[in-house]
Design a protein around this ligand. Structure first.
Ligand SMILES: *Cc1c(COP(=O)(O)O)cnc(C)c1O
Length: 243
């Protein structure tokens, strides 16, 4: 595939962005919710820095990167004054150190071990980090995240680690043709989110339920998502760099 030019990619974003915002608003209203209850996070993996900054200039206010290396390459050039930067990808414990002070939230905390490393670095740097607990809602071997039956126990352990604030839950359900099945996954997430909130645990605030991507964000919003992570519907099909 031919790489698209900067202008083409920006034009594609300009065309897609209002449509995605409209779809988010529509899904929220249909579910009896306010559009402002749903935050759009743009998943910017493989999107060149200049295109990301163009998107920010158009009003995009939250992005998520999912590889540490790529985040670091873009970080200094990002218009961070106008955009919140979060981490959404699988994370090895030995790379947490590169994210400290750079991202406002790590959405992909799928083990107590990873949380312990975040906590250790937060204490060392006398800071705090917001995290979402990632749930492997489809119980897929290939995916990170805690299994649904272990969620409460993990939340309870993580919330006690110094420097960590549990802000919510995140999930990437299996690709489903069957909308009913997909909604089943999203609804199960929503139920866990509500149940945990009801426990009013110290250091736990269920402020963010991050679920839904390009293929399924309207369903996620119908089921209660407060954040959707959208990549290709905003920036076009991903072009991976040639090596
Ligand atoms: C890439 C990515 C997305 C967005 O995927 P699209 O299908 O392009 O919208 C969402 N969440 C995570 C964790 C991702 O890595």
């Amino acid at each position: 595939m031919m790489e698209k030019s900067f202008d083409e990619r920006c034009a594609a974003f300009d065309e897609n962005y209002p449509r995605v915002l409209e779809q988010i608003a529509q899904a929220a209203v249909q579910a009896g919710r306010r559009p402002e209850e749903v935050t759009l996070l743009a998943a910017t993996k493989t999107v060149p820095l200049e295109v990301v900054n163009h998107a920010i200039s158009r009003g995009l206010s939250c992005i998520g990167e999912n590889r540490v290396q790529e985040l670091l390459e873009k970080y200094d050039g990002l218009d961070r004054a106008h955009c919140d930067v979060q981490f959404i990808g699988q994370l090895q414990t030995n790379k947490v150190k590169y994210l400290m002070g750079k991202v406002s939230c790590i959405q992909s905390v799928g083990s107590v071990r990873l949380a312990r490393e975040i906590s250790r670095l937060c204490q060392r740097e006398n800071t705090t980090m917001k995290v979402l607990i990632e749930v492997n809602i489809g119980r897929e071997e290939s995916k990170g995240g805690v299994l649904p039956e272990a969620l409460l126990e993990v939340v309870d352990e993580v919330r006690q680690l110094p420097g960590i604030q549990v802000e919510g839950l995140m999930a990437i359900p299996p690709i489903c043709e069957d909308v009913k099945k997909l909604r089943g996954y999203f609804s199960a997430m929503r139920q866990s989110y509500v149940d945990i909130a009801a426990k009013k645990l110290d250091n736990v605030s269920m402020n963010c339920l991050s679920m839904g991507m390009s293929s399924d964000f309207p369903e996620a919003i119908a089921c209660g998502a407060t954040m959707v992570r959208v990549g290709s519907s905003l920036f076009g099909k991903r072009v991976y760099p040639q090596h």
